[in-house]
Write a protein that binds this ligand. Structure first.
Ligand SMILES: CSCCC(=O)C(=O)COP(=O)(O)O
Ligand SMILES: [Zn+2]
Length: 221
């Protein structure tokens, strides 16, 4: 596939994530691999409004996140994380978004360092078809030092890892191509949303059983 086709593929997936409001406040970044050896990938330019489609949305960078073509564009501040994903996995596309649900999950399970999902049909979206199939997402602290953050992400990526949560920040997820990366992202966001809603309902039920409704107001503690 040509570089232009890769660019278009990345622009299309960015548009689809934007249509879901998954890039609030210029957050998020996306990348797609163009060549394996030497590694080169398009990554979104830093600080842009990712809901807009322009000819300056992406730049080509190498394994170190350095531009390989003359450009005035600055690569995403989190390019180092994409470099780690391409170094450690067979990913062809890597997506990073900030959502309320992924931030809540990262905070609720941040101390545990991971969250595991089991018994959900959508786990099949990760290619896991076993009856008792499970998927674990590691969670790292949101280090302000981006080199340290990239290193922390790299440390938790194992052979079957498909995403990493950054605490109170967002998710970085990947797939062999743009289609698979988006599928994984959508499936994770579904699982996060389901889990939060279920936990909230459980707390509400518990409060009602134990008289948690005071003065006509149900409190969630
Ligand atoms: C306002 S979002 C803060 C930076 C961030 O977390 C992000 O995802 C976007 O950074 P980029 O440099 O890729 O625009
Ligand atoms: Zn981010």
């Amino acid at each position: 596939m040509s570089k232009q086709q890769r660019w278009n593929e990345l622009a299309d997936v960015k548009d689809e994530l934007a249509s879901r409001d998954w890039f609030p406040g210029t957050s998020g970044n996306v990348s797609i691999k163009v060549s394996d050896s030497p590694l080169a990938f398009y990554v979104s330019a830093s600080g842009k409004d990712k809901t807009k489609r322009t000819s300056e949305d992406f730049l080509l960078v190498d394994q170190f996140g350095e531009p390989v073509e003359e450009t005035h564009l600055k690569a995403s501040a989190e390019t180092g994380i994409h470099c780690e994903v391409y170094r450690l996995t067979k990913a062809g596309c890597c997506l990073h978004v900030h959502t309320v649900d992924n931030n809540l999950i990262s905070e609720l399970y941040g101390d545990a360092g991971e969250i595991t999902f089991q018994g959900q049909e959508l786990i099949k979206a990760f290619g896991i078809w076993e009856e008792e199939g499970r998927i674990t997402v590691p969670i790292v602290e949101n280090y302000a030092d981006l080199s340290k953050l990239s290193e922390a992400v790299g440390t938790v990526i194992k052979q079957d890892t498909k995403a990493v949560l950054i605490r109170n920040h967002g998710i970085t997820v990947w797939g062999r191509n743009a289609f698979e990366a988006k599928k994984h992202l959508e499936a994770f966001e579904f699982l996060f949303s389901y889990h939060i809603k279920l936990q909230t309902l459980n707390v509400l039920n518990k409060n009602q059983s134990f008289g948690g409704v005071k003065n006509g107001t149900t409190t969630i503690s």
